[in-house]
Structures are given as structure tokens and as C-alpha cells.
Design a protein around this ligand. Sequence first.
Ligand SMILES: [Zn+2]
Length: 437
Amino acid sequence: MTFRISTHIVVGFLAALVLTGSLASERSVAQAAQGTAVTALTGVRIIDGTGRPPIERGTVVISNGRITAAGASVQIPAGATNIDLTGKTVMPGMINAHAHVQHQTKAMAMRDDLIRRLRLYASYGITTAVSLGQTTAEEQAEVIKLRDEQDRITLDRARVYTSGPSIRNQKTPDEVRQTVNRYADERVDRIKTHVANNMTPDTYAALVDQAHRRGLRVAAHIFFLKEAEMMLERGVDVIAHSVRDQDVPNTFVDAMKRRNVGYIPTLTRDLSLIVYETTPAFFTDPFFLRGISVYGEQVKMLSDPGYQQKVRDNPQTQVVKQALAQGTRNLKMLSDGGVTIALGTDSGTDEGRWQGYFEQVELEMMARAGMTPMQVIVAATGAAAQVSKLDHVGTIAPGKAADLLVLDANPLQDIRNTRQIHSVWLAGRRVGASGAN
Ligand SMILES: [Zn+2]
């Protein structure tokens, strides 16, 4: 005991000496590391993530990892580093509201694998990943550790939030309340549940109620309209997949809006179940190949003729084709009806769901479903933040984290221009650079 106290005193004394000895230089080093210096992005088209029309030749001022000002006529503070982005577009870094940050490469240490996957997301412009489902308790603990660290480190990877493992197979309302309490005590960010007739409606109601008592939102995995309707009635906050069995009726659209429930289509999840009947063209797309250091092991497996034969022979493949077409129709109806749509892909779970690349494909599929490029961008930024209840990211506005995606081409003209990545910024620092500046 005595030893420990005296050690603390000595350490504290030494720290004080260091601070008084070179306070100025210590501080400037710390400022540089934390991005305290002021940066101004100038001459840039700003798409702020709210759906408001873009600002042409605008300025975004960044300090201390956050946006301090953004607009057409912004005073640039003296001493700021100006970065001329004339001809470029800046939008918020994207949020995947239904991701999975899971330990998929077992040959690699869990933490290293999770970190490289978060870096992969960031390199494709996805600066936040909401992991709706972990596979083990250790994995959950590691993701929570990464989440807790992310505000303290020099951020070079996507921010992560997690639901812990999806809750299912709970026998009684009491049991599910205890499970939700345990998750809340373990400090998950939200609750995820699977709807597949394995819990009674009362148990789902107790799950939602208990989560809300603990300040957690609930996202539900569904397939059928009646599952989505049942969860809406029970007070769910997020429908985490498309309704894929029939057209959504107006009553459903109205209830989603009235209850302010978010809807995450995950079209690429279904794509991943049908596209490997043959070798997909995107396997040679240079933009896909950027991720090959991580994707490589699965590309090999999915390119195998035997694997592709199994996909073709699986009767489920034809069912999923219908389901994807139905989900695509429903997305258009829900979007037109004014329901809040959020980007989500289910990437990082099973084979061929590419973290980073498939968020970009998802944007294209949402646009093909009939959403405008602006609607798609909002779904990937401001709306995804709102649906995920993440107040500090998702839009370009004073006070928000400076997580930014700078593009060489205007995505309002063609949503595929979100692939023309000039640079990605996390907490005010440029990472994953390509091109000039
Ligand atoms: Zn999922």
C-alpha cells in the first residue's frame, strides 16, 4: 500500500516537471496530434446530409476534430490551413446503420481483424459502422473496447457502435427483460432482435419496453410484412431489413411515419445470396480490388465453380431473387411515402458481403429502386445518424464530428460518383488519401 502511494506521488511529480519544463512544445505537439489546428476546406460544393440543396463554392472550417462553421460565406480564422477543393464535393462520411463488425478471419487476432475491417469501411467512405449483431461475448467486449477508445485516439478507422448478439429464443417476458438488462450493463449501444416466430408478441413487447427503460433503441430483423407490423405495434424503433413478401400497404407506410420508425433496406444482403451463381463482373472492378487484401480469401472461395454450382442448385436462390425484387419495390413506396430510409447492408456477416464496397453498391441499388441521388445521400448520412440515434455524426454543421467524404465528381449527377473518392476525413484528419492535396 505504502509503496503504491509513493509511486503515484513520484510519477505525478515527474509529470509536473515535464509539463513546466516544456509546456509550449508539449502543447503544440498534442494539438497537432489531436487536430486542434484549424483547417478550412474552400471552394467546395457542400452536400450537408440534411437534404437541403448543395452550397456551391462553400467553406468548411474544422477545429479540434469538429466542424466549427460551414456555408457559402464563412469567415476563415486567421492562421487556418486553407485547402483549396475547387471543383470537388464534400459530404458527410457515410453511416452504415446495419453493419456487422465481426471476427471473420480466424487466422488473425480478433482485435487486428476488427481494426482492419473498420479501416476498410473508412477507405470506402463509410466513417461509422453500427454493428447490429456480434457472434460471441468476447467479440462484443472487443468491439465495445474499440468504441470506447475511438474518442481518445487519433482516429484512422470507422467509428463503431454495437448491439451485441441479436436477442432470440427468449421464453418469457421476464427472461427477455433480464437479458436486455445484462446487455445494457455491458454498455451496448442498442438492442437487436430476430423476428422468426420463436418469441411471443408479449416477449417482444417486453424486450422493447425494457430496452427503452434502459435508454436503448431496438432494431428488428424481419422478412415478412406481418413480422414488421407486429414489431411496429410493439414499439420497435428500426426495421432492419426490407419487407420482402408483398407490397407494403398504406396503413404500414402511415404507421412507420407516425411512429417515426426508420427503415433499412439491406438490398445487397439479398444480392449476396444470388450474385455468386457465376463470377460477378465486379470481381475485376478496380474499385472493388482496393479492398482485395481483406476480400481476397472470400473471393477465392466464391470464384470456385463448385460453390457457384451450389448457389445455382439451391432452390432458395430463386426465392431470394423474387424477394429482392419485392424489397426494391417496397423501398420506392416507403421512400415516396416519406418514411425515413437509412443505409444498411448487413456487410461483414456471411460470405460475399463486402464491407466498404457493398455500401457503395447499396447506394446504386437504392437509386435504381427510384430514389433520387439526394434521397440516397441523406439515407447514407443524416437519416442514418437519426435512425441510429448518433447525434454527433451524419451532417455537415457546426459541432458535428468532422467525418467527411471529399469526392472528385458530383454525386447528385450520378450516385456512382460517391466512388470518385478524393479523400476521407475522420475527426478532422485526412486518412486513406488518394489523389492530390
Ligand atoms: Zn444483420
